[in-house]
Design a protein around this ligand. Structure first.
Ligand SMILES: [Fe+2]
Length: 204
C-alpha cells in the first residue's frame, strides 16, 4: 500500500525532497503511515488510502523549517519553537496546492498537533471539534516518535510508549481511541514490525 502510494509522482517527489532535507522526518512519516494503514485495516475504517496518504505527508511542512532547527538536539528556544509549530499549517498549504479533498484529509494534516484539552496547535481545538482521523494520527504520531529509532536517544519499548501515552489519555489523546489502539497494537505488533521492516529496507 505505502509503496503504491509512493508511485504517485506528486507523493514521490515530495518524499524525495523530504528525505534529502530531513531523513529522520522522512523515516518517521513512512513508519507513521505504516502503522496508520495497519490500524485502518484492522478497524475496517473507510478511506484507507486517503488516510494513509495523509499520514505519509502529514509533516511535509517541515520542508519550510530551517535545517539547523530540525537538526537541533537541544531544546528549541521560543523563536525556533514558534517556527517549528508552523509546520502543521505549512503541510496544509503545500498539500492544498497539489491535492484534492478526496486525495488528502486536510483537516487531519492541519490539526495533527491539536490536543483533547485544547492546548495543542495551530488552533487549540478541543476534543469534540477534532475529527476522528485527526485523533488517530495524533496518537500514532506520538507512538512512532517514542518507539522509532532516533540518532539522539534509544527508542522506548512498546509497553513503555503505551504507558507514556496513557499518562496523557483524555488530555492529549482521545481516551477511547487510545484504549482501542493499545488493544490492537498489542494483538498484532508483529505485523506492524514486519511492514515497517519492508518499507525500512526499501528506503535504506
Ligand atoms: Fe508534525
Amino acid at each position: 500500500m505505502i509503496d503504491s502510494l509512493k508511485l504517485d509522482k506528486r507523493v514521490k517527489n515530495l518524499l524525495l525532497i523530504l528525505r534529502e532535507k530531513d531523513l529522520v522526518t522522512y523515516r518517521h512519516s513512512v513508519r507513521v503511515a505504516n502503522i496508520v494503514h495497519f490500524i485502518c485495516v484492522e478497524w475496517e475504517l473507510p478511506n484507507v488510502e486517503l488516510i494513509t496518504r495523509s499520514a505519509l505527508l502529514h509533516d511535509i511542512g517541515k520542508l519550510r523549517i530551517p535545517t539547523h532547527i530540525l537538526d537541533k538536539n537541544a531544546k528549541l528556544n521560543e523563536e525556533e519553537w514558534t517556527l517549528m509549530k508552523n509546520h502543521a499549517s505549512d503541510s496544509f498549504d503545500i498539500l492544498h496546492s497539489l491535492f484534492s479533498p478526496d486525495e488528502i484529509d486536510f483537516q487531519m494534516i492541519r490539526h495533527h498537533h491539536e490536543n483533547e484539552d485544547g492546548t495543542g496547535y495551530p488552533v487549540g481545538l478541543k476534543s469534540t471539534n477534532i475529527s476522528y482521523n485527526t485523533k488517530l494520527i495524533r496518537i500514532i504520531d506520538s507512538y512512532e516518535a517514542m518507539t522509532g529509532i532516533r540518532p539522539y536517544r534509544k527508542p522506548l519499548t512498546k509497553e513503555d510508549a503505551i504507558g507514556e501515552l496513557k499518562r496523557y489519555s483524555g488530555i492529549y489523546y482521545d481516551r477511547d481511541m487510545l484504549e482501542r489502539f493499545h488493544y490492537t497494537i498489542n494483538k498484532e505488533v508483529s505485523a506492524v514490525a514486519k511492514s515497517s521492516y519492508v518499507v525500512g529496507s526499501h528506503i535504506l
